[in-house]
Ligand binder design. Structure first.
Ligand code: GTP
Ligand code: MG
Length: 295
């Protein structure tokens, strides 16, 4: 290895454009959870990619959205904004299918910084005709002096190599910052909680994905078996009833799907216990947010 370039690369954009899918695609591993519902990512998540001559530290961020809601929404936007300020390079991601006012919200933040910004136009696999890209590029190319404009599909790995090459070119000179076999900054405990939360988001509707968070209470990593207990926090008793489901079926399904995925990452059998508990209004309570890990 002869690493002489390194730096932090923020992946930012409004919710649901595909930021976490891109992070996973660039790393070739699932590091960040994804879902068809907006506001899935709640933290900054590092994904470390070590190339022969450069180390790229990608930072997945929560989708930037309007702040008219709760302390949790303000928390998520604050994280994304601070990552923009601290990064060396920014990848601004939009969805080829629609440019919305929340994209403008992101642009407003990007106008305040002075560093290379790459525009990544995602989900081009959904365009029937590639000619549809031209009016999209036309509409947005003068909004900021972008270093590059790269149409991609994060889901189908289209053009993501080209995107990475442009990113690597823009990295500042610098030493290796993380061991070459390190993939993320997040602990196994964090990843387990996120996997459970992903299954919950995928299996619930309406306000429920936004009212749930997962806390790992016990993590006994034995030689052949990992024993894990996790609490699913919700805001109201009605939400608890929905998550548990008729005869406990929904909770059981969440547990089974999460356990299968957790077994893959820990490489052994997993015994997973899930509890659903109520903490009223936790998403709009700064103190509750802090005790649940949103710091
Ligand atoms: N067709 C298609 N779907 C995609 C692509 N990239 C992401 N998606 C889908 O878009 C949805 C949102 O993807 P995420 O990666 O969770 O989006 P995000 O920007 O991280 O969303 P937040 O974390 O909520 O801000 C998921 O259903 C993905 O499968 C793509 O290139 N093509
Ligand atoms: Mg995400």
């Amino acid at each position: 290895m002869n690493i002489d370039k390194s730096g932090y690369v923020a992946i930012v954009g409004r919710p649901n454009v595909g930021k976490s899918t891109l992070l996973n695609s660039l790393l070739g591993e699932k590091v960040s959870i994804t879902s068809p519902k907006p506001q899935t990512t709640r933290w900054q998540i590092l994904g470390i990619k070590t190339l022969p001559n450069a180390q790229i530290i990608y930072i997945d961020t929560p989708g930037i959205h309007r702040e008219d809601k709760r302390a949790m929404n303000r928390y998520m936007n604050r994280i994304a904004s601070s990552v923009i300020i601290d990064a060396d390079v920014v990848v601004f991601m939009i969805d080829a299918q629609s440019f919305r006012s929340e994209d403008e919200l992101v642009l407003d933040k990007l106008r305040k910084i002075d560093k290379p910004i790459i525009l990544a136009i995602n989900k081009i696999d959904l365009l029937e005709d590639k000619a549809e890209l031209l009016p999209i590029i036309d509409k947005i190319k003068d909004k900021l002096p972008f270093a590059h404009i790269v149409p991609i599909s994060a889901k189908d790995n289209i053009n993501t190599d080209a995107l990475e090459q442009e990113i690597a070119r823009l990295l500042p000179e610098g030493p290796q910052l993380f061991p070459e076999d390190q993939l993320t900054d997040k602990s196994l405990r964090f990843q387990v909680a996120e996997i459970i939360r992903e299954k919950l988001i995928q299996m619930t509707e309406e306000e429920l994905p936004y009212a749930t968070t997962v806390e790992i209470e016990q993590f006994d990593d034995g030689e052949k078996l990992a024993e894990i207990s996790a609490v699913i926090w919700v805001e109201r008793s009605g939400q608890k009833i929905i998550i548990i489901g008729k005869k406990g079926e929904r909770l059981k399904k969440v547990g089974t799907q999460a356990r299968r995925e957790i077994e893959k990452i820990v490489g052994k059998k997993v015994f997973l216990r899930l509890w659903v508990k109520i903490k009223e209004n936790w998403t709009d309570d700064d103190k509750a947010l802090r005790t649940l890990g949103y710091e």
